[in-house]
Design a protein around this ligand. Structure first.
Ligand SMILES: [Zn+2]
Length: 192
């Protein structure tokens, strides 16, 4: 899989000392995407997740989409619920048990660093290091996920979500089905 500068430059942190805002850095003689790019992708996906959770309490948007099985089949989906489920399940699948604990307390339940360090019995340094690692790890997964990536978000919600990248190798997560195709997914049940 090839990350290009045109993709990374808009996502990179301008203050990043590793890539100097370009989103690509050199490692072992070749250009690889910088962690600041992955973290930026994670933050965009996480912000959307929070927005969906908030909206989901008030209303759901039903949308029609072409079936991934092709032809003229059209299926319907509740995009916000699908996204919430995908964000949760993909994160759960790719994090280690230790990372998942931090993710759950901090990102899902909204606990701050003080509460997390007390509850998980880790120091502040360990906590922030773990948060940084989780953001970078999931940002990459959300972009490289096959066959349907979570990022870019506009493609997820409004357009084709099939990932044209082949993936594999040491460049990203293995090309195994990690998310059900839209037509096969079961809408998340509303909890009263
Ligand atoms: Zn960077």
């Amino acid at each position: 899989m090839e990350w290009t500068r045109s993709e990374t430059i808009g996502l990179a942190s301008v203050k990043c000392v590793h890539c100097r805002g370009l989103g690509l850095r050199e490692a072992r003689g070749r250009l690889v995407p910088c962690a600041c790019v992955f973290r930026s992708i994670f933050r965009a996906c996480y912000a959307r997740f929070r927005k969906c959770v908030e909206q989901e309490k008030r209303y759901s948007r039903v949308s029609l989409e072409y079936s991934p099985r092709g032809g003229r089949r059209i299926t319907w989906g509740m995009k916000n619920e699908e996204y919430i489920a995908d964000f949760y399940l993909v994160s759960r699948r790719h994090l280690t048990p230790e990372e998942w604990e931090v993710f759950r307390y901090h990102f899902l339940l909204g606990a701050d660093s003080r509460l997390c360090t007390r509850k998980l019995k880790i120091d502040r340094g360990q906590f922030f290091h773990m948060v940084y690692r989780i953001e970078a790890k999931l940002g990459r997964v959300f972009r490289e996920l096959q066959p349907y990536s979570l990022y870019p978000l506009d493609e997820y919600f409004y357009g084709r979500t099939e990932n044209p990248w082949k993936g594999g190798g040491d460049e990203g997560p293995a090309a195994k089905p990690m998310r059900a195709a839209p037509a096969q997914r079961i809408p998340v049940k509303k909890v009263a």
